[in-house]
Design a protein around this ligand. Structure first.
Ligand SMILES: Nc1ncnc2c1ncn2[C@@H]1O[C@H](COP(=O)(O)OP(=O)(O)OP(=O)(O)O)[C@@H](O)[C@H]1O
Ligand SMILES: [Mg+2]
Length: 306
């Protein structure tokens, strides 16, 4: 099994409130409330841990509400490399109504200062080479520029560790310029960064040296473009409980197969099934092995025309 570092520069406390029907401007009583330490890199780390790997996790964490993150890291046995910053990690509030409508209220994160950026580099630099892969996932907090982000990715690459990136907007554009080993954009994210012709974008990025492109297509599945790999996976039809963590699950399980040296078909079948399993849960993660086996059997793989 591998030693993997995930970076979540902008984690979030996910607060989910269930209520019958939202009445804006009035007092609303909620049926129940759940709070989870979250963020894309932390989600990826949890699925990788479910698959048997050893995890280090890092990024920036607000000191004022670090407890739930520390509990999660302790419970999962993650090595905590988060740089603590003043203030609170942002809260992302999800208002879930009985008819399935979800309203997201995403709070602002803490302000990251120059000294924190420096501290992150100093923490990571001596440890990077001790990992088999680094995953950098999610958005950038206030105070972290796309240019600094690109310089961080270049340092990771310079340490000779395979780098997987899942981000969007200006952060993804900056990341593409550093030629990561693997990227996992969804169609919208790739189009925003590279234009509407996704086939041309994939060809260009592969030509530039990005080895693996996992282009996720929501309920339609995923296209994997890699060295001698051009595969499409269609997931089995599942009942959607929540799509939270689907992309993170896909990335984690793909990385698992790649690090284990599996054939592409086996890797993509597992990754598509783990992502579909995430969709069937309010949370995500591999808790039901029998369900996972059924989902894997239901994944259809087909060659992609390139
Ligand atoms: N309704 C669904 N049924 C089955 N599988 C799904 C469904 N929605 C998503 N998936 C699986 O999850 C993968 C990732 O989903 P998607 O393309 O929506 O990623 P994303 O937009 O990055 O999501 P995230 O919000 O997690 O960042 C898909 O490639 C697919 O395999
Ligand atoms: Mg995503």
């Amino acid at each position: 099994m591998a030693r993997i570092l995930t970076l979540t520069l902008n984690p979030a406390l996910d607060l989910t409130l269930r209520l019958d029907q939202l009445q804006p401007g009035a007092v609303n009583r909620c049926r129940d409330f759940a709070s989870h330490a979250a963020g894309k890199g932390l989600n990826v780390a949890q699925v990788l841990a479910d698959l048997g790997h050893t995890l280090s996790v890092s990024g920036f964490l607000g000191r004022a509400n670090a407890a739930p993150f520390e509990t999660l890291m302790h419970k999962r046995g993650f090595r905590d490399l988060f740089v603590r910053v003043p203030g609170e990690t942002r809260s992302n509030i999800k208002l879930a109504e009985a008819d399935g409508r979800i309203t997201d209220l995403n709070g602002p994160g803490p302000q990251i200062e120059e000294s924190h950026l420096q501290q992150l580099l100093e923490t990571l630099d001596p440890l990077l080479a001790g990992h088999d892969a680094v995953v950098v996932a999610g958005s950038l907090p206030r105070g972290v520029s796309p240019e600094w982000f690109a310089s961080l990715l270049k340092r990771i690459k310079a340490a000779g560790v395979p780098l997987a990136v899942d981000s969007s907007g200006a952060a993804l554009s900056a990341a593409l310029g550093t030629t990561p080993w693997l990227i996992k954009p969804n169609e919208e994210e790739l189009a925003e960064a590279c234009g509407a012709d996704l086939q041309a974008a994939v060809t260009h990025l592969r030509g530039q040296g990005i080895e693996h492109i996992l282009l996720s297509r929501g309920a339609e599945g995923v296209d994997w473009h890699g060295p001698n790999i051009a595969l499409r996976a269609l997931p089995p039809r599942v009942e959607v409980a929540s799509t939270v963590g689907a992309g993170d699950s896909l990335l984690a399980a793909s990385l698992h197969g790649l690090l284990e040296g599996w054939p592409a078909e086996r890797t993509l079948r597992l990754a598509t099934a783990v992502a579909a399993q995430a969709v069937t849960q309010i949370g995500f993660g591999i808790h039901d092995i029998d369900q996972l086996a059924r989902l894997q059997a239901g994944v259809q793989l087909q060659p992609l025309q390139e």
